[in-house]
Design a protein around this ligand. Structure first.
Ligand code: ADP
Length: 248
């Protein structure tokens, strides 16, 4: 077991029918760190998050949470303090902004005064949403919807947020705002964040550590700055190594 890790995939494999989505993957997340998972399309990035959260069962290996091997199930993971924000934000357009945020507390078992207090506390982190709480979520911009999705996740008092491509479909300026907000939440709340991202440069600037996946395996891992400065990304994303091998 990796010392002090909050959650961990150990020798983990996931298959979808005949497809090996993950093969013998070791990933760990320590308390309070921002870990980015990168790699080309189909590398297995989303599957890492789904395996940690119990959406996809492992075909081999284990999930270890705070030192104990577990069989993760989404509703139990929320209670353990692990929250998954899937790709595409999934804000309910017919509900108000406040109602969308409230759901995150309800699924975590909060009600009454505790729920109300939590909504106020979470909304304080998102000043841009404050005067829109009673509005329909359908009218929000993509960036605002992503903020609602983050706020909803925070309602469960997570220790770990699992974020699947929060930048998807957002303009570069908005992506920067979303990443800054994620970094702020990590710093002020001390919660760990695991983030699947294709905006590599921007996310490595705010992340502590990184994993590079390639064809379901960990091709590299390390300090975000080291990964940003190495040639691994070029090799994995452009297949340079494969080309060189081919022509050698
Ligand atoms: P990434 O997030 O890096 O794009 P994924 O984790 O989504 O990669 O997928 C890894 C591999 O598993 C890919 O080859 C993908 O096509 C396959 N895959 C993902 N989800 C399913 C599924 N529900 N059924 C079958 N194959 C899947």
């Amino acid at each position: 077991m990796h010392q002090n890790s909050l959650i961990q995939l150990k020798n983990a494999s996931v298959r979808y029918g005949g497809v090996h989505a993950l093969e013998d993957v070791d990933v760990h997340i320590n308390a309070g760190e921002v870990v980015v998972v990168m790699g080309p399309n189909g590398a297995g990035k989303s599957t890492v998050l789904k395996a940690l959260y119990g959406i996809e069962p492992l075909t081999k290996g284990s999930v270890i949470y705070e030192g104990t091997q577990i069989q993760p199930k989404p509703h139990e993971m929320i209670k353990r303090g692990v929250v998954f924000v899937p790709q595409g934000r999934r804000v309910f357009p017919s509900l108000t902004v406040r109602e969308n945020i409230e759901i995150g507390g309800v699924v975590a078992g909060k009600k009454g005064l505790e729920l109300e207090k939590k909504i106020d506390e979470v909304v304080d982190l998102f000043p841009a949403l404050k005067n829109k709480l009673k509005r329909s979520s359908g009218i929000l911009s993509g960036g605002e919807q992503q903020m609602v999705a983050l706020a909803r996740g925070l309602m469960a008092d997570p220790k770990i947020l699992l974020l699947d491509e929060p930048s998807l479909g957002l303009a570069p300026k908005i992506v920067k705002e979303v990443f800054e907000k994620i970094a702020e939440i990590n710093k002020t709340k001390g919660l760990a964040v695991v983030i699947v991202e294709h905006n590599i440069k921007s996310i490595l600037a705010v992340a502590h550590r990184a994993y590079v996946l390639d064809k379901g395996r960990v091709a590299a891992e390390g300090d975000a700055k080291e990964i940003a400065g190495s040639d691994i990304l070029e090799r994995v994303f452009l297949g340079k190594e494969a080309k060189e091998e081919h022509t050698a």
